[in-house]
Write a protein that binds this ligand. Structure first.
Ligand code: AMP
Length: 280
């Protein structure tokens, strides 16, 4: 495996492979890799001639400086894991390779998709995500790019960004990878206390119960009330739970079989912010 730290070396290298007709799969990450990331990388390896994984903790998507500072960094182990599964190239740039000094995120108009849920609770977050992913797409120029449905709203943002920036790439959504107990794998899980780690599968259990209620004929409001009441009696603090359509991510009033819908949740276990979602 080859590690690139400069886009000026990576971009022409990949261009040469593409000129030879090779397909390039790409997985952008912030490192602290786990089996969820690896499931995406393995899909890319299976579906493309070459796979590139980027590891970059993007400063413009953190609205909380402490969160950025505390973000786990395990680069040595990340490279080991990627080598083991057969990833071809890693792009591990310093901030200066992607941003000019003092550069801030581009301000996008995503027609409200960026203002709900994560956008409401993390203002400016999606401008930062879209800015860095556009830069990464231009540096790598992949055929396909893989994103996890754990960050479902992020996928919708990337799909819109790609249209607006006219970047020629296929965005491939991938299912949420869970531990056997149902907990969605996340780099933040390693910061949970052992007690909270044991309790955290509760989040997915409640999501599954919410879907069961919908299947018994309950309305979105009734399902939301159930989740709120269940969390009020738990050790977790609910930041939000909402049920929206999958396109515009707007709250729905009724379940309609013609419209794909999803329930989105964020809950705190101590000071660790956990995110999950489920299709209804
Ligand atoms: P991150 O390093 O958190 O920015 O994540 C990089 C990519 O991996 C994003 O597309 C995430 O949605 C995806 N990802 C992270 N955790 C999981 C998971 N448990 N299952 C599926 N995809 C995931």
């Amino acid at each position: 495996m080859v590690v690139f730290t400069e886009k000026d070396k990576l971009t022409p290298f990949i261009q040469n492979l593409k000129k030879e007709g090779k397909t390039i799969g790409f997985l952008p990450t912030m490192g602290a890799l786990h089996d969820g990331h690896l499931s995406l990388a393995k899909a890319s390896i299976a579906q493309n001639d070459y796979t590139v994984v980027s590891i970059f903790v993007n400063p413009t998507q953190f609205n909380n400086p402490e969160d950025l500072e505390k973000y786990p960094r395990t680069e040595e182990n990340d490279i080991k894991l990627l080598t083991e599964i057969g990833v071809d190239f890693v792009y591990l740039p310093p901030v200066s390779d992607l941003y000019n000094k003092g550069e801030v995120a581009k301000v996008y108009d995503f027609d409200g998709i960026d203002k709900v849920m994560e956008g409401e609770f993390r203002p400016g977050h999606f401008d930062g995500v879209a800015t860095v992913v556009a830069k990464l797409f231009r540096a790598v120029n992949p055929t396909k790019a893989y994103f996890g449905e754990k960050d479902f709203q992020q996928i919708r943002i990337i799909q819109e960004m790609v249209k607006q920036e006219q970047i020629d790439v296929e965005v491939v959504p991938m299912p949420i990878f869970r531990a056997d107990n149902g907990l969605a794998l996340s780099s933040r899980n390693m910061r949970l206390t052992s007690e909270n780690l044991e309790a955290a599968p509760f989040i997915y259990q409640v999501l599954k119960e919410a879907v069961a209620l919908k299947n018994k004929g309950k309305t979105p409001t009734e399902v939301i009330d159930f989740v709120k009441e269940t969390f009020a009696q738990s050790a977790f603090e609910l930041e939000y739970f909402t049920i929206t359509d999958e396109e515009k991510l707007q709250p729905i009033d009724t379940f309609n079989t013609d419209v794909k819908t999803r329930g989105f949740i964020v809950a705190y276990a101590g000071d660790i912010r956990l995110i999950d979602n489920i299709q209804f």
